[in-house]
Design a protein around this ligand. Structure first.
Ligand code: ADP
Ligand code: MG
Length: 247
């Protein structure tokens, strides 16, 4: 049973902002699953609802309608403290702007989820993640002393070190140069292949989406298409076909 459960499942997710003339539909009713050990890219024009989908699926934000499960736990209706604990222990996040705490060292940032939970990190997992992200020489630096690529590797380490059921990454390479991007995407890919990590990543870049197992396309709050085993060219062609459909 557990084997067949998706890491994340959402049905009928709908959310709007504002009212009257300024009413914006961010999600128009989305059904989606992120299967265990699968790397999914989420694409779509700016404003199509990618971040809203990710935030609602991760329990960072609440949809107006619909239901969300992380593993067997339904998020809808969870009390605040239970939701906080679930986000801390069972979900990892990586944001475009890194979101590290500037006063903490890299190591302290990485182990923050454990400090908040009042638990000790698993040494073996911590060592493995630090080594995989090549951060051994940077652990005692503060974010201000690290390059963008290094900071995002620290953010990734923090997201992975709890062995979460899913990692959500919202444009994680948006602020990185191309070599740092490739390095980070390669790491996310390996976390899926070697640890069985489930990853859902928003990106604008066809070349980034090509690291994923499948690509979901959002438009105006709807899920409009899906590609399996994507290539950068295939993703680009599909994006062009949407633009033509609008023109
Ligand atoms: P994407 O990540 O695809 O660019 P978002 O999910 O951020 O899109 O936004 C979807 C729509 O909802 C957009 O029209 C955006 O302007 C609107 N929106 C998102 N967040 C807010 C907010 N806090 N207040 C008002 N409108 C918002
Ligand atoms: Mg966004």
């Amino acid at each position: 049973m557990t084997q067949k459960t998706a890491a994340v499942r959402a049905i009928g997710l709908a959310k709007h902002y504002g009212s009257g003339d300024s009413r914006v539909v961010a999600l128009a009713g989305v059904d989606v699953q992120f299967r265990r050990g699968e790397f999914t890219a989420i694409m779509g024009p700016s404003g199509s609802g990618k971040s809203t989908l990710m935030h609602c699926a991760a329990g960072l934000d609440q949809a107006d309608e619909g239901r969300v499960w992380i593993g067997d736990t339904e998020l809808t209706g969870l009390r605040d403290d239970a939701l906080t604990q679930l986000r801390r222990d069972r979900v990892g996040f990586v944001f475009q702007a890194f979101n590290l705490l500037p006063s903490l060292t890299a190591l302290e940032n990485i182990t923050l989820p454990f400090d908040l939970a009042g638990r000790e990190p698993d040494r073996h997992t911590l060592d493995n993640v630090v080594r995989a992200l090549n951060l051994q020489q940077r652990l005692h630096h503060r974010p201000g002393e690290l390059s963008g690529g290094q900071q995002q590797r620290v953010a990734c380490a923090r997201a992975l070190v709890t062995r979460p059921e899913v990692v959500f990454a919202d444009e994680p390479t948006g602020a990185l140069d191309s070599s740092a991007s490739t390095e980070l995407l390669g790491f996310l890919r390996r976390s899926v292949d070697t640890l069985g990590q489930t990853v859902a990543m928003v990106t604008h870049e066809p070349s980034a989406a090509a690291f994923a197992d499948r690509v979901l396309f959002l438009k105006d709050g709807y899920l409009v298409d899906e590609i399996h085993a994507p290539t950068a060219d295939g993703v680009l062609d599909r994006m062009k076909s949407f633009e033509k459909a609008v023109a």
